[in-house]
Design a protein. Structure first.
Length: 365
């Protein structure tokens, strides 16, 4: 696709987007302690829509008052008060002619701040690798999680559907993205070394994908066919940047074939650099592999794509939409700026320190 492809309309399911540019989900821990989206969050999300992004995907939103909350001051979708907070955000985005999807999330073993419960849960009682993230108020090793029971897994599936229903029918979101990436609960089930179960939720990569498939099915049944539903997946994790699927392209074939038939409207793939080969012995990127094995699926690419030429290249190799994280943080108006031929600002990591909450300086960008 040529340069103008970034600025052509596209669609996700039955929803039309004015261009191919999306704000990626980014955790900003700026809600109230009890999970209500704040006025500062409203201004932040509204600014991306004002700057020309067709779609904003929210930060990960927790789905229950049990063990899904990931970080202190994260927003939830579990109560009328939390719904009302998000309604102010979605109204503001819509007033700027933008669309906004809710990313719904369960922390699993990576929770490092839960308003409701102590302890963590996971597919298996295995301590996560790495350290808790200080800019999300964490410190030291992750605790050893408790293994989830079958009944608890069923409750989690229902909670994803409940949160999706809250999102689209009460909070005003235009679609739902299920967070299956970056090391959180659904990815813990999907990952070989964090899932040692011997029941139907474990085993080979198809077995480990089963919870994601069941969550997709439950969410789809709850919201119906007209609401866009997507899944975000990755290889790397917030606590294990360099993880790769063990069987390379063979695993990619299984995963993308199953997801193509799962009922999703789009697949959101995130890698540190989206254009790089997915595996050491294979020249194809994860985007190219997804396009190879899911040729009809709408694909969103995320990963260091703030350079216009690089974003256009990744679209030419199979992506339908480009999701910007750091590029969007540095340039809330990236679409308008680039369309006009302007230079983009370089991302300053100080924005995310010492705590990754929304800063005053961002609201004037």
């Amino acid at each position: 696709m040529n340069r103008s492809s970034l600025f052509t309309p596209g669609h996700i399911g039955k929803v039309v987007l004015k261009n191919r540019l999306v704000v990626a989900p980014m955790t900003r821990v700026t809600a109230s302690e009890d999970g209500i989206a704040s006025e500062r969050m409203k201004l932040y999300y509204e600014d991306f829509a004002r700057g020309g992004f067709a779609l904003v995907i929210s930060e990960g939103i927790y789905i229950d008052k049990a063990w899904s909350q990931t970080y202190a001051f994260q927003a939830g979708l579990t109560s009328p008060e939390q719904v009302a907070g998000w309604r102010k955000v979605t109204n503001a985005v819509h007033q700027q002619s933008g669309l906004i999807f809710a990313q719904i999330q369960h922390a699993g073993a990576l929770s490092q701040g839960n308003y409701y419960r102590d302890g963590t849960v996971a597919p298996s009682a295995i301590r996560p690798v790495g350290k808790q993230m200080t800019f999300y108020r964490g410190e030291g090793d992750y605790p050893v999680p408790r293994e989830l029971s079958e009944n608890e897994i069923q409750d989690i599936i229902k909670s994803f559907a409940d949160a999706a229903s809250y999102a689209v029918f009460e909070a005003g979101f235009d679609g739902v993205e299920i967070h299956g990436a970056n090391g959180y609960l659904l990815d813990q089930f999907f990952t070989d070394y964090t899932n040692q179960r011997t029941d139907r939720w474990g085993g080979d990569i198809a077995g480990r994908l089963q919870l994601i498939l069941d969550v997709i099915r439950s969410v789809r049944e709850r919201v119906g066919e007209n609401i866009p539903v997507g899944i975000r997946i990755s290889q790397g994790k917030v606590n294990d940047f360099y993880h790769k699927w063990a069987n390379g392209e063979d695993d990619a074939r299984v995963v993308f074939t199953l997801l193509a038939d799962s009922g999703i409207d789009y697949l959101h793939l995130t890698e540190y650099e989206a254009w790089q080969p997915a595996f050491p012995d294979n020249a194809l990127s994860l985007i190219e592999l997804a396009r190879k094995y899911a040729p009809q699926l709408t694909i969103m690419a995320n990963g260091s794509l703030h350079d216009e030429a690089r974003a256009t290249e990744v679209m030419a190799k199979g992506a339908d939409f480009i999701a910007l994280g750091r590029g969007a943080l540095a340039n809330h108006d990236w679409p308008e700026r680039v369309a006009a031929g302007g230079a983009v600002r370089t991302f300053d990591s100080a924005i995310l320190g010492p705590i990754a909450n929304i800063k005053d300086s961002e609201l004037s960008l």
